[in-house]
Design a protein around this ligand. Structure first.
Ligand code: COA
Length: 473
């Protein structure tokens, strides 16, 4: 009797250990006494697994913001299971299509290294499968319109009842407040987050930027929120909600302009070229053209070939410590001692003239020649690189920032690999999955459905497109 209850206790202890496997994995023999961390691995760098090995993500994301986040986590080793509507999938699979019949680059470049399962989340059997997935995953990530996840029955309360360790991470357009119910896309967020009002030229309309700071920017914020919540879960044992509003993410990236808004109360913004031009400031941070956002004045200048090449330009920063070198290079050594030019405050009202003069020098050279010459003198400059140039840049290929992957229906394509380099966790950049490519694999290997059950699920219509249901039945 005693040994039976001992066996029972051992069994329930083993089951409990299994349940917490993702929270605390350290075997006691490997744990150093002082801080609870395992002993430093003796494996060679890059061969001790990947940073997020063992983390499983239920990926309900679509379009760009959410997929950016889950792709980064997949690159870091998480098992990302993307749930898509049968027959339809993420809407971007078919958007901006360049190769007939193949998933678009819009989709493939945002969904690499993931697995795809098709589930109709509004179908009774589909809901059952989702509940099982909730129990098997560590994080649910979604960027549906407000309320859509709840309408599927996946409220935070329901999820937490099934799996108290689950982290539920969401991108929404706006946080709680007057606009919380609005649907939001990239440029809406750029406008609502303060980027557009501060981008462009003073005499022109607000401008959006090509960098997707609303979508991809918020996705990166969300990824940080998720790994932070995973870290806290190691201590608390429970999951939590992570919310990133696109307006908040854009404002975070535009914080220097909120800084300038407050500085305006105390006088004009002297590093803005409008100051030197004698144009009065209004009530709000103005658009600053190509003025530098920091205390070192800069501008975009023409280089050799600008008449026919729209990208033959360079960003030139007149950093104070190298002012003497700049004067020598552009043939104005007298500016080093001239009281109108010798000090940064003296130069501020003359920036237009200074940059016009520097441009007379840059326009005689290609942007790469300017780059080579200036870097020898520690003068910070940035060539305007086109996407054509970046896609051919071998150093970006060598570091894995630009990666060519092969796709079964579209052939090879370029994608952006992991811009975050971890020395002990090499990025895992693989092609994006075809729609539903891993449905059976996930049902059988992750959720342990039998072949018979999988056949029943297929016949039920929960994982099959409406027009294919008759075949599956
Ligand atoms: N099975 C069944 N239905 C599914 C499904 C599945 N696997 N996946 C999604 N759906 C349903 C949703 O339940 C929702 O239905 P409901 O409105 O009846 O509840 C519907 O598909 C559409 O979802 P929604 O998010 O409203 O898509 P949309 O195309 O109308 O709107 C956005 C797109 C991006 C504007 C919106 O999702 C949004 O505002 N998201 C938050 C902000 C964001 O991330 N924006 C940036 C996108 S890059």
């Amino acid at each position: 009797m005693a040994s039976k209850s001992k066996a029972k206790r051992a069994k329930s202890k083993a089951a409990a250990n299994k349940r917490v496997r993702k929270v605390a994995k350290f075997k006691s023999s490997k744990v150093a006494a002082s801080n609870g961390l395992p002993r430093p691995s003796s494996k060679p760098w890059g061969q001790a697994g990947r940073a997020l090995d063992g983390v499983r993500i239920l990926d309900f994301t679509h379009v760009q913001s959410g997929p950016t986040c889950t792709q980064l986590l997949a690159y870091m080793g998480a098992d990302v299971i993307k749930v898509e509507r049968p027959g339809v999938g993420d809407i971007t699979r078919g958007q901006l299509r360049d190769v007939k019949g193949a998933d678009s680059l819009y989709f493939t470049m945002l969904n690499g290294s993931k697995r795809s399962i098709t589930i109709d989340s509004k179908h009774a059997k589909g809901k059952e499968i989702l509940d099982r997935l909730v129990k098997e995953c560590d994080v649910l990530v979604e960027n549906f319109a407000p309320g859509a996840l709840d309408r599927m029955g996946l409220t935070f309360e329901h999820i937490h009842q099934l799996n108290p360790r689950m982290i539920v991470a969401s991108v929404k357009g706006f946080g709680p407040g007057p606009y919380e119910d609005c649907k939001v896309y990239e440029n809406v967020a750029q406008c609502a987050g303060g980027a557009a009002s501060t981008t462009g030229f003073r005499d022109g309309p607000p401008l959006v930027t090509g960098a997707q700071i609303g979508d991809s920017g918020t996705g990166v914020h969300l990824a940080l929120g998720i790994v932070t919540a995973l870290y806290q879960r190691n201590r608390t044992g429970r999951g939590q909600k992570v919310l990133c509003a696109m307006q908040d993410g854009v404002l975070n990236l535009t914080r220097v302009k909120l800084r300038d808004q407050q500085r305006l109360k105390h006088g004009p913004l002297s590093e803005y070229s409008q100051y030197g031009e004698g144009v009065p400031f209004g009530k709000a941070t103005p658009r600053a053209g190509n003025d530098s956002g920091g205390g070192q004045p800069g501008w975009i200048l023409k280089c050799k070939g600008w008449e026919s090449d729209p990208d033959a330009y360079i960003y030139f920063i007149t950093q104070a410590p190298v002012w003497g070198s700049i004067c020598d290079l552009i043939g104005k050594p007298e500016w080093k001692t001239d009281s109108d030019y010798a000090t940064p405050p003296a130069r501020l009202p003359r920036l237009r003239k200074i940059f016009d003069t520097i441009e007379q020098w840059t326009v005689t050279k290609t942007k790469f020649e300017v780059m080579d010459i200036c870097n020898k003198h520690d003068i910070p400059v940035g060539p305007i690189l086109s996407m054509q140039e970046l896609s051919a840049e071998q150093s970006l290929r060598a570091t894995g920032t630009v990666v060519e992957v092969n796709h079964p229906t579209r052939g090879p394509y370029l994608t952006v690999g992991n811009p975050i380099k971890l020395s002990d966790s090499p990025a895992d950049v693989r092609r994006s999955p075809l729609l539903g490519e891993h449905t059976e694999e996930i049902l059988s290997k992750v959720l342990r459905y039998s072949d018979k059950e999988i056949a029943e699920i297929a016949a039920s219509g929960a994982i099959t497109a409406p027009d294919k249901r008759a075949e599956a039945a």
